[in-house]
Structures are given as structure tokens and as C-alpha cells.
Design a protein around this ligand. Sequence first.
Ligand SMILES: Nc1nc2c(ncn2[C@@H]2O[C@H](COP(=O)(O)OP(=O)(O)OP(=O)(O)O)[C@@H](O)[C@H]2O)c(=O)[nH]1
Ligand SMILES: [Mg+2]
Length: 699
Amino acid sequence: MNVYEGKNIRNVGIVGHGGSGKTSLVSAILFDTGATNRLGRVDDGNAPTDYDDEEIERRITISAKLAFCEWNKNKINLLDTPGFGNFIQEARGALRVADAAIVVVDAVSGVMVQTEKTWAYAEEFQLPRLVVVNRMDRDTASFERSLESIQQTLGRMCVPIQIPLGEERGFKGVVDLIQMKAYTYQPDASGKFSEGAIPAEAGSRAQEYREKLVEAVAESDEKLMEKFFDSGSLSDEDMVTGLKKQVMEGKIYPVLYTSAITNVGIQPLLNAILNLLPDAVAHGTVTGKDLQGKEVQRKLSDAEPFSAFVFKTFSDPFTGRISLFRVYSGTVTTELQPYNATKGITERFGSIVLLQGKTQVTVPRVHAGDIASVAKLKETQTGDTLCDKAHPIVYEGVKWIEPVISFAIEPKSRGDEEKISTAIHRLMDEDLGLRYSREPQTKEFLISGQGQMHVEIAVARLKKRYGVEVLLHPPKVPYRETIKGKADVQGKHKKQSGGHGQYGDCKIRMEPLPRGSDFEFVNEIFGGAIPRNYIPAVEKGILEARQKGVLAGFPTVDFRVILYDGSYHDVDSSEMAFKIAGSLAFKKAIKEAKPILLEPIMNVEVQGPEEFAGDLMGDLNSRRGRVQGMEVRGHTTVIKAQVPLAEMLSYASDLTSKTGARGSYTMEFSHYDEVPGNLSEKVIANAKAGRAGEEEEEE
Ligand SMILES: Nc1nc2c(ncn2[C@@H]2O[C@H](COP(=O)(O)OP(=O)(O)OP(=O)(O)O)[C@@H](O)[C@H]2O)c(=O)[nH]1
Ligand SMILES: [Mg+2]
């Protein structure tokens, strides 16, 4: 394996909607460049970048993968990313370290929800882009319709630099509009092609789109514009340099055409990557912070002190932890003892490894700009910066992703709770969207993720990788109780049994407080009706009693208790007796003060293709949701609503089936609100039934 310098490396992130053929494209690229000796197929479970058990089983990419190829004395690092909504953040993570994006669009369905999302990520990192229209060989694939969809949603500066030769089953090659040459492929998926003159049937369309391309290049550059007006065209040289400059500046996004399955159009795509996209050091510098938090710049150069960003971690019970990093400055060798500037610890490097999917290729060193991996770093996690200890720098980390769905998780065999926790924490190492927590109120353990499939995959991995079997249930809704009215009661605890008696007596008033105020205790005892040392006992009795509300056993919140009178007994009074008196007073007062149930209301944001807007609104309404706004972004409708959590437990799977997996949503807690009367009875009955069951079990 050759070692490449940054100026001969391209780092491209391959992104786009699920099923557009990203993994298949990578597979074809690897085959056509001789990196692999067979054309791996997703459907056969042997695509180099879909190697994980769950990926093979489900035929989708779940986490970002690295592969690379050598082409015309350069190295191209390919980051294959998922397009399925649950895992789309992986695409963002990959683009974070890429220098350019290849946005793959399905020739049949055009731009879709996740295409736009990944386009926005590329925008966020200001990456130059190529748009690749793949699956040109499929029935109803269309050059014109896909281009219209692309230009409408992604912008008019998406300009074809090729036209396809044939469509659907007849797709056999492309016409390069810069050289005005045809690439015609053999129909055997070998990737072999011949270069030649443009066939007559494609001539006029090639001319038409060549002119559009020339205009687009001239339009975004004043000098070229002048030349264009003078001569009515541009020289080939001006075309190439002008196009390259404008691609780099994000003014033009070239559109190309491929079929990954019939292996057509790959080499012209590779040429475009080399000729039009920036090399790994073209950006010149990168900005980070020093240990004092001051901004510092590093040159993207071998001559600078070492620095690298860890953008991905894989962990597996056999090989342990593998950290993928992008080198920004310096040269990496095994002698290096990198300093983790994020965590303030020194790590040790074993062999430096390039990843070809799961295949590892050991290299003696890597240069600034390259992407590589190392095994068994002790404490380094995704988002950390590794650098030369004498020249510390920290690059901006990565965000944890807020989960949108939770399930209660319990081990199949009792006593496996420890094992679950350890195993889930391992999974979280490589998966920033997964969470594990204990709901303090319902006491359930929760596993939370980006969608139902995400959580199911985590569960499958728990079993396969760590041998822990679990059950998933929808989580319990953390209801609360409160009061609407006021009360004034006495709580008296008096017992005369044998020797020592018990005596505690308190009078309290109870009143509601605004939502979110929880609990307040006011002592208004003057003149020693209750001795001072017993007053905290009364409060303690109430605090304990409020944990199990009188309606359905949920915690009682948002009320004030005023202790204003009571009595005591010189011998029989004790802290315990006053605690019991407090708790009796609480229970009595609540019943008098019109208790009600509260439920959590969530802020929900749903996205889906615009044709589903009506359905999605109707569905939210039927879930007692209050729609607060609707907005159209491209072909995507975004609806904001407040919906009770109780109605959202099955939303993830309902949304998937309603929209054919094209919808997605996020959800976060907003506030507590009263449960409507008719439902309240149901909740109370269920809670009581549930508790009766529990008690029976315990007996
Ligand atoms: N006919 C045809 N089928 C294709 C082409 N590219 C991919 N496919 C098929 O489309 C399906 C999805 O392909 P993938 O390569 O897994 O797509 P992806 O974009 O990686 O999907 P995710 O990883 O889930 O985002 C598979 O069944 C492929 O065989 C193509 O050019 N032509
Ligand atoms: Mg894939």
C-alpha cells in the first residue's frame, strides 16, 4: 500500500436518502479501481461497507464506514453513510471531516427528505458537492424528471456535466459535456468501457446541455462572462479551470449519472472527484482552540505539529475499540504518543490502520489530510482531539443527539441488570444517539434512541455481541397529581397501647400553586402549639406521603401546605407521631382539595413529504395534539404541535407506516397539563390495576 500526501488525497462523504445506492456505488468504485476483486452487492450481503450483522440482515447502512481507492496516483477516502432517518446523524458526523460531499439521488424518486437533510449538513460545513443521479438503469428512471426535482429543491446551480446515454434498461453510458466525448459501457457489469464520439441520437441534447453548462460557468465569474460575450463560448481550458473554481466555491454543483448495479459511469465520476473536488490540504488551515479556550489556527501541513480529530468509534467484544480519525496537521507514526487534549490524557498508538470496510490495511505512517484508524485507545472517545502534547489544540467536539423515543427495558433473566448497563454503555461508545437512564418516578430503566429501528438494533446487538437478552415495553407515562381547590384539615395520630402512647396533632391548610412550582411548606405556628423540634417531622410526613398520591399513586406536585395549629403531649409525643400526623393530614386535605391528574405534554416536530401534510395533521389532532404551526421547506412539510406523551408512545412506528419511512420527528418535554376527565378515570383504573398486580407478585 502506497502512502499518500495530503495534496494527493480526496476525502468525500457519500450521503443521500436511504436506498439511493450509496453503498452500492462505493462497492462499484472499489471494484473498478481494483481495491476489491469482486463487485460486492448489498442484496447478497457482501458489500464492503455494509458488513455489520444488522446491516447485512436489514440491507441498510447503520453507521458511517470508511473505504478508500487509488485512482490516477491519488487516494480517495470514501465515507459511506446511512440514509435512513434513524441514522442520518451519522452522515453529519462523516461530513464533519470530509472535504466534499457526493449527494446521491435516486433517478426514479428524485430528491427526498433525507437528501435535503444531508444537503443542509453539507451546507453547514460549506462543502463543495457533486450530485450523482444513481439507479439510472431502473424502470421509469428519467434524466429530465430527476433533474427538475434536483434543481427545484437543491437549486438551479446543480448543473449536469454529463448527460446519460439511454435510460432505464437502455442506460449504457454517459456523455462528458466538458470533453464532449461518450463513454459507452459493456453490458456485463464489468465496468469496461470505450471512449468515443457522441452517438448521433444524443447529439442535440449534448449540445443543449453543453451550452447550459458553459453559461453557468460564465455566469458566476466576471472575467469569463466577458470572454463568453466576446466569443459566444469558452475555451476548454477556461471551462475546466472556471468550473473547478466555482465547484470549490460552492457556486456550481455538477450533476453526474451512474448505475452502481450495472456498473456504469463510475470512472467519469472518479475523474470528477479528482479534477473538481478539493484535495485534503486545499483548505490551507483549520481552526481550533488552545487549552485556555483561545482560537488558534493550524496549517494543514506535514510540517506542523500533529493534530487529529476522532470522528467515529467502533467497539466490539473481540477487537475492542477502534478509533477513526482525520489528521489535520503533522505526520502520524506508531512512535507517536498522542495527547488527548479534550480529556487531558496521553494515549499510546499501536499500528496505524487504513480501513477498507472491515478489512484492515496496516501502513507505516499517514500524512496530514488523511483518514486512518487505530485500535485500543484507552479513554479516547468520538469527538476528542489527539495532538502533540507540546502544541495542544482542541477541535470542536460533536454533539450528543437528543433521543426521540424511549422504551422500558428489562432483562429476560433476573439479575442481568448489571450486564445490560455495561453492554449498553459499550454500544453508546460508538453510537452517540443512544441513551440509557432510569426514570426516577416510574423506576423503569429506559433505552432511548433515534427511532424504533434504532432501539431494536441496539437490542439485537446486546444479544449477539454481549449475550444479554432483554424485553422492551413502551415506557410508562410519568403522570403526576395535584389539586384544584383548597382544604383545611386536622391530622391527629393518637394511640394508647400498654406503656408508652403516641400523640401527634396538626392542623394544615392546603392550596394550589402554579404549574412547575412543586411543593412549598409554610410554618405559621406561633406560641408553641407544636414544639419547634417536631415541625420538621410534620413536613417530612407530608413529603413522604406526597410521593404516592391519593388518586392513582403518582407524586403530588404544585401545592402549598401551611401548618398553623396543633397540639402535643408531654410524654407521648415523638417525631414519629408527628410524622404520621402530617401524613394523615396530607391524605385528608388532598381528598378535600379536588385532586386531579396531570400528564406530560411534549413539543413535537414532524417532517414529511408535502403530500402527507393533511394526513399528518389529522393524525396529530386525533392524538389530542394542538398544532401550532406548519411550514414548507422544499418538498418537505414541517408541523409543530404539542401532544400528550401518552398519545405518542406508538408514534414512531405509526409514522413510518403512514409515510413509507419518509417521515421523521423529534420530541421533547414541554410542560404538565390536566388530563381530561373521561381519560383521567381510565388512567386511574389502569394505575390501580397495575399496582394490584404488583402487590400480588410481591406476595
Ligand atoms: N437497479 C439498480 N439498483 C440499485 C442501484 N444502486 C443500488 N441499487 C439497489 O438499491 C438498493 C439499495 O442500495 P444501497 O446501496 O444499499 O443504498 P444505500 O443508499 O446505501 O442505502 P442506505 O444505506 O440504507 O442509505 C439495493 O437493493 C441495491 O441493490 C442501481 O444503480 N441500479
Ligand atoms: Mg448504504
